[in-house]
Design a protein around this ligand. Structure first.
Ligand code: FES
Ligand SMILES: [Fe+2]
Length: 372
């Protein structure tokens, strides 16, 4: 992705797109019910029968491991009860049993039993399979797509398979998970992730390690090679003091070990902060026009887990502080956007990537569906 500053101020998206329920409803259809959404790590459904619920907008899905990972709407075909009333669990004997009248499905979504139903000649079990949802996987993440005719996930993943090959993302495991409810529209979170104009005032801790971010997103954009180094001298990874307590991922080459930080977004909902020895991922889910739930995971090589509490804190602290600072800023922005006077913001040159995101949003909404 090219890094080129904007040549002039560009208008932001209309303020009403960040607050109104009607616009939100349209965005749910286009972005959240029509695109690939990361809902879980594969390890969350590690064994046969393991399931977890995934919520996207007002849709609830059951992600389940049978012979492979499948996803179904969390809705019984009899009279529509939810099937899973908890967040996670295991289906004993490979059977999904509705809590209402106990219609029973197998892990392939087939209706296999309807206890106590009086027989009639018009009834066929095969007429009532669960509503299946498209599933794909990348980097150890389980993605679903509510649009059954969606283009494959590979179109979104692009060249990442190559780029992250040495990081072996599928083999990483969750060392820490933090879930945060943030009172801000989902696009504010994505926009915030796409610029570093805010880094100096908002993220002093982060800027002490990624020193290039003290330049407010202008680093490397002035056409002349930067004289200041990108990271704090001697830093080995992104922690509060830049020290590492784990070795770098074993397959990384020298250049990758020196690259202490890569930020990446698979829109609309997956954000990656990639370090040489751990990854901090964010899965974002809209819960309303002005709210999201964000699931932050800290991913490590399995062989290091569980980490000693002090080591875990050493790795969690910097991104936890930084993520909360970002969340707070997005909440303040959402509050300010309520003004009847505010029509739209503007993007300054360093906010070229936010501008790119906004262009993608506009394109998707206008039906052209251009990929970002
Ligand atoms: S609604 Fe599920 S069995 Fe009746
Ligand atoms: Fe930030």
């Amino acid at each position: 992705m090219t890094r080129e500053p904007l040549q002039r101020l560009e208008p932001g998206l209309p303020a009403s797109w960040y607050r109104g329920p009607a616009h939100y409803q349209g965005e749910l259809e286009v972005f959240w019910y029509g695109k690939w959404i990361a809902v879980a790590r594969e390890e969350e459904v590690a064994n046969a029968g393991d399931w977890r619920v995934g919520r996207v907008g007002n849709q609830s899905m059951v992600i389940v491991r049978g012979s492979e990972i499948k996803a179904y709407h969390n809705t019984c075909r009899h009279r529509g009860s939810v099937l899973c009333t908890e967040e996670t669990g295991n289906f004993p004997r490979g059977r999904i049993v509705c809590p209402y009248h106990t219609w029973t499905y197998d892990l392939q979504g087939r209706l296999v039993a309807t206890p106590r139903r009086m027989e009639t000649p018009d009834f066929k079990l095969s007429d009532f399979p669960l509503y299946e949802v498209a599933v794909d996987r990348w980097g150890g993440f389980v993605f679903i797509n509510l649009d059954r005719s969606a283009a494959p996930l590979s179109g979104v993943v692009g060249d990442r398979e190559n780029r992250y090959q040495h990081y072996r993302l599928p083999e990483l495991r969750i060392g820490k998970r933090i879930v945060l409810d943030v009172q801000a529209n989902w696009k504010l979170i994505a926009e915030n992730f796409s610029e570093c104009f805010h880094c100096p005032p908002v993220h002093p801790e982060f800027c002490r390690i990624v020193t290039s971010y003290q330049e407010a997103g202008a680093w490397g954009l002035r056409g002349t090679p930067e004289s200041k180094p990108e990271y704090k001298a001697g830093a080995a990874t992104l922690t509060l003091d830049g020290t590492a307590r784990l070795p770098a991922f074993p397959a990384l080459n020298e250049e990758e070990k020196q690259r202490l930080y890569m930020a990446d977004m698979l829109p609309p909902n997956l954000f990656l902060n990639v370090q040489p020895d751990y990854v901090n991922s964010h899965m974002m889910f809209p819960t309303g026009p002005q709210s999201v739930r964000i699931v932050y995971d800290w991913l490590f090589e399995a062989r290091h887990l569980p980490l000693a509490e002090a080591d875990l804190q050493h790795y969690v602290a910097l991104w936890d502080i930084t993520n909360r600072q970002d969340a707070q800023n997005c909440q303040w922005q959402e509050q300010g956007l309520q003004s009847r006077e505010f029509r739209h913001g503007v993007y300054v040159p360093q906010e070229f990537d936010v501008h790119r995101f906004a262009a993608w949003v506009r394109a998707c909404l206008s039906g052209s569906g251009a990929s970002r």
